[in-house]
Design a protein around this ligand. Sequence first.
Ligand SMILES: Nc1ncnc2c1ncn2[C@@H]1O[C@H](COP(=O)(O)OP(=O)(O)OP(=O)(O)O)[C@@H](O)[C@H]1O
Length: 227
Amino acid sequence: MTLTLTDVTLTYPDGDARLTALDRVSLEVPAGTLTAVVGPSGSGKSSLLAVAATLVAPDRGRVVVAGTETTGLSRAEQAALRRERIGVVFQQPNLLPSLTAVEQVQVMAHLSGIRPRAARGRAEELLDAVGLSGQADRRPHQLSGGQRQRVNIARALMNEPAVLLVDEPTSALDHERGAAVLGLLLALTRERATATVLVTHDRTHPDRADTTVTMEDGRLTAGGRTA
Ligand SMILES: Nc1ncnc2c1ncn2[C@@H]1O[C@H](COP(=O)(O)OP(=O)(O)OP(=O)(O)O)[C@@H](O)[C@H]1O
């Protein structure tokens, strides 16, 4: 299943005018591949993810998630689609301070309609997949920034999403850890056949992505590279 954006334009109110955050953006991300999105601050990268996640409605254009055209759906239908088909890892991880790593992942099952007993096993399996099997019982303050991001990724995979959207934190990870997260995301993308989009602030490691696109002033500029 694929993520497709076609001619997507998004504007925000800006005083009496409108600010164009996305300007006729088209992007296709096939299942089992990872597209890295790079570009300067304010160029529209997070807006692109927000539209792909159906969290923000574009002014114009089409967003198709795993075969479903999202722009015509009601808010309730979009919420159901997010719950069932989309995994999102935000720039600001909002882990719950009192829950252990495995509980953070498990709690997502509730939203995804997975039975509690099955949820524990699945949460453990996902922590294993992101390399955190030894840390299952730690709380967020006992984990490093990179480990917290891995918990976040495991959490986003709980509903077996078709589309995985990751907004990489700007400062939480150094280059080496950022590269490790990219390696992990690539492996998960292949294994789980997700259409993955990674917004990254590190300009060096996207070389390993299947495709790298650059945002500039709300436009996807040429120079996208397909491996
Ligand atoms: N809710 C909003 N209301 C008004 N303007 C917004 C809103 N969100 C973003 N913008 C503006 O839209 C443009 C694109 O912002 P966006 O957050 O998508 O950029 P970005 O490339 O993700 O930036 P960064 O790398 O700093 O996270 C910016 O000019 C920003 O100021």
